[in-house]
Write a protein that binds this ligand. Structure first.
Ligand code: NAG
Ligand code: NAG
Length: 311
């Protein structure tokens, strides 16, 4: 009788328990170009808005300062030597996780959570990194074309609502990584409608003056560096515009106030001394965590490596 009663109580509690969701937004080679990290040149209104609802960590670090291994750590919680992804996944690099690794999306899906990925994948094998909803790769369309990505984010959220399931959505940009080793040609010729390269309807390109950019302490202050950084800002700002669109979709779906949003990057910026290096500019990442349940911590900058939310 007592046991029966407590089971009923438990079920009633479970039925009342609020649905909680998670969205992870990952930059590709992102750096500290947002206002929340004291860069006042690159325009980042969407990240600023997210920062005002987040705890901003200024000692966030990646597991590995390289794309595939970093993503494998994020998606398994295991260091790369434990999950098997020692290096880049695709082509000649040929690294992949062990088949017996249980990835985060798999564990969540097995437990009734609707999982999705939109954007860059770059991990493997597919058997390990399975999501219920997958719109991946194709560098330009699903990772930089923010209109295209927005459509997928909306579709995913609609499906989650139809299924009435809590969800985990992992959105991985290709911005602000270089394309084919370049910034200039890519940023100038693709996506803004120039030279017959098509448009991204939602993107309002912002070009930056090389004289205005902030040259990080570890780079030589030369005209070439400045031009490169100016183009990276354009790419970073496109991502910011995308984040604004996705946060709007989250709001429209009715889940702005029951979704934890985590924003970070796989590794440091694609410049000497940063990406693929063990130095601070390679390992250190921007990281913000937005919890609707912890409004009292919104906008705070957190210094320690590990933080606990204390009410
Ligand atoms: C930005 O600069 C201010 C003033 O120096 C500082 O208090 C704050 O911690 C900095 N923000 C980050 C994320 O480092
Ligand atoms: C970006 O995606 C939108 C929506 O799918 C599409 O109409 C547009 O042509 C794409 N732009 C480019 C440059 O491919």
């Amino acid at each position: 009788m007592l046991r029966g009663l407590s089971l009923v109580c438990l079920l009633a509690f479970a039925a009342q328990a609020k649905q909680r969701n998670v969205v992870v937004i990952l930059a590709d080679d992102g750096g500290f170009m947002q206002t929340a990290y004291n860069n006042t040149v690159c325009d980042t209104p969407s990240l600023d808005a997210l920062a005002s609802r987040s705890v901003i960590f200024n000692r966030g670090y990646t597991g590995v300062s390289s794309c595939s291994p970093s993503r494998s750590v994020i998606l398994t919680g295991l260091p790369q030597h434990q999950n098997g992804m020692y290096g880049l996944h695709n082509g000649v690099h040929h690294f992949q996780s062990f088949y017996n690794v249980r990835s985060l999306p798999k564990i969540l899906s097995d437990n009734g959570i609707f999982t999705g990925i939109v954007g860059k994948y770059h991990v493997g094998p597919m058997e390990v990194y399975t999501f219920d909803y997958m719109k991946i790769d194709n560098v330009n369309q699903v990772g930089r074309n923010i209109t295209h990505m927005k459509g997928f984010v909306k579709e995913f959220l609609d499906k989650a609502n139809e299924k009435e399931k809590p969800f985990f959505l992992y959105i991985a940009f290709h911005d602000p990584q270089r394309a084919g080793g370049h910034y200039g040609p890519f940023m100038n010729k693709w996506g803004d409608g120039q030279a017959g390269h098509g448009r991204i309807p939602d993107w309002k390109p912002i070009q930056y003056n090389p004289a205005d950019v902030i040259v990080p302490y570890f780079l030589p202050d030369t005209p070439a560096t400045r031009e490169d950084i100016a183009a990276m800002y354009t790419s970073f700002n496109r991502m910011d515009q995308g984040i604004g669109l996705f946060m709007k979709e989250l709001e429209i779906s009715g889940h702005l106030d029951d979704t934890l949003v985590l924003w970070t990057s796989d590794n440091g910026i694609p410049f000497p001394g940063a990406k693929t290096n063990l130095y601070e500019p390679g390992m250190g990442e921007p990281m913000m965590i937005s919890s609707p349940d912890h409004k009292q911590h919104w906008g705070k900058v957190n210094g320690p490596l590990f933080a606990t939310f204390v009410n």
